[in-house]
Design a protein around this ligand. Sequence first.
Ligand SMILES: *[C@@H]1O[C@H](CO)[C@@H](O)[C@H](O)[C@H]1NC(C)=O
Ligand SMILES: *[C@@H]1O[C@H](CO)[C@@H](O)[C@H](O)[C@H]1NC(C)=O
Ligand SMILES: *[C@@H]1O[C@H](CO)[C@@H](O)[C@H](O)[C@H]1NC(C)=O
Ligand SMILES: *[C@@H]1O[C@H](CO)[C@@H](O)[C@H](O)[C@H]1NC(C)=O
Length: 512
Amino acid sequence: NTTPPGQWGLRFRGPTNDSLTESEPHSWAVDMDLSAVIHRVEPRFLSVTIDASLASEEKFMSLLRSSKLRFLAKALSPAFLRFGGTSQDFMVFTHQTSNQLEIFKYFSPSDHVSCDQLELPEWLERRLKRALSKQQMILMKEDVRRKYRRVKFTEYTVDVLHAFANCSGLDLIFGLNALLRNSDNTWNGSNARSLLRYCESRRYHMSWELGNEPNSYKKKAGLRVDGFQLGRDFTKLREMMSQSEFYHNSQLYGPDVGQPRDHRVDILQGFLRSGADAVDACTWHHYYVNGRDTSLQDFIDPEILDTLAVKTKEVLQKVKKASPGKSVWLGETSSAYGGGAPGLSDTFVAGFIYHLVDNNLDPLPDYWLSLLYKRLVGPEVLNISAWSASGQRVRLYLHCSNTNSYRNGAVTLMSLNLSRKTARISVPTLVSSSTVDAFVLQSDRPGEEGLYSRSVTLNGVVLKMVDDQTLPDLTGSGLPPADHLQLPAFSLAFFVFKDAQATACLDQVTLR
Ligand SMILES: *[C@@H]1O[C@H](CO)[C@@H](O)[C@H](O)[C@H]1NC(C)=O
Ligand SMILES: *[C@@H]1O[C@H](CO)[C@@H](O)[C@H](O)[C@H]1NC(C)=O
Ligand SMILES: *[C@@H]1O[C@H](CO)[C@@H](O)[C@H](O)[C@H]1NC(C)=O
Ligand SMILES: *[C@@H]1O[C@H](CO)[C@@H](O)[C@H](O)[C@H]1NC(C)=O
């Protein structure tokens, strides 16, 4: 089961009273239980999506040939690479009749079978990136008008996508179109069948989804599909997969429904009645805010950050009731829906809630955060409780450290300081005798204005790729044992207690 990191381990007691004055430091007392793992997240918990709109013109798929992008993706392995989003329900697989794609002026169709042949000349990369920025404006308009064009894609999209995932060590999940429907509103699987056949012929290891946010089909396509019917459609797809020699053991995930409210609850429940057995995990999506109607304050508002925990609990309860034991996955999430919030989703403040690379394929603050998460944090969640009189603006999560980077027994404390007020965290004696590697991420500019920055510093040094194949130095700064920690304002930090000797983390079965 995949649940947000620390969700089970995090409990705040407070605010208890507000009699403290601004000038008095607020203290946080912290309890850590190092004796037991209270939850385990999938090692691939932090995973990524490529929005299916990249295939809106097939030439853009060639960007996945970029060795820089592949290098950045590889650093996040193990992870899933999901290809999906609103556009997936408007995409139709068509066989390439000849090598008619413009891109084949530069590549022959069979050029990307091995990882070293997956290349993109620099001039072409530049040209594609420029064209992509224009394309994104067009797509944004489509999204505002809720009028989507049907998009044809060919073997080229699948080939490049698979090669990109495979060569980066990511596990591909392909989102199929659920809006291809017969007159009786049942799903027409004939296009999916022909895609599966092609992928099978190429022996592409991958898993599948069907449909994206079916709760908004009415708005997107003027068509309603209820949960029970959708569950039957998944059952049909599962049958199709069972008949395939290659995909009969492959995974299927769904229904990728939006976070529960109003009729979405009915979709989820209806789906579970007829489709729970067809899926390996029940997926849902979470967004914190609407990209067109949000503000900086929303991105650092503890109540808005808490909506993830509230909604997760709700979904877990619904699934547990309808289909006990079924895994629940957060299939897609980001800060703002509707393509993100310009000037926020791609800045430092989104590190509190996510977005990975910019149009130039350069890492955004959230990429660096994800990378450090992968390196420092193991899948085992430990119990941490923190309380203070100052409310919820400091958040703490505790995991065993990633054993690829640290000795067994080490623990990693993750923290967010959403505050400008003074506070300090008292560390329990159990770990206060340990030396600490600190990784403190801050904007390159101070104060609230810095939250809008697209640059991030690690322990005071701006993070930038050295070149397309070299990451900057990402070592922590060593701190001597101490009984309290200080987190700068608006910072995200990882503290690795190297000699904590946490019994829960001493005998880790390596899951990777
Ligand atoms: C998949 O990856 C393996 C090992 O990295 C490589 O040998 C193989 O050629 C790749 N296959 C494709 C289709 O890219
Ligand atoms: C499903 O779609 C295919 C291709 O568009 C079409 O040929 C076929 O008749 C459809 N099946 C049904 C049952 O309508
Ligand atoms: C975590 O610790 C608190 C006390 O510090 C305890 O009340 C709570 O039940 C524990 N949670 C789990 C899941 O063990
Ligand atoms: C959060 O940032 C503020 C502002 O720099 C600082 O005074 C406070 O001590 C920090 N909180 C913690 C828990 O370190």
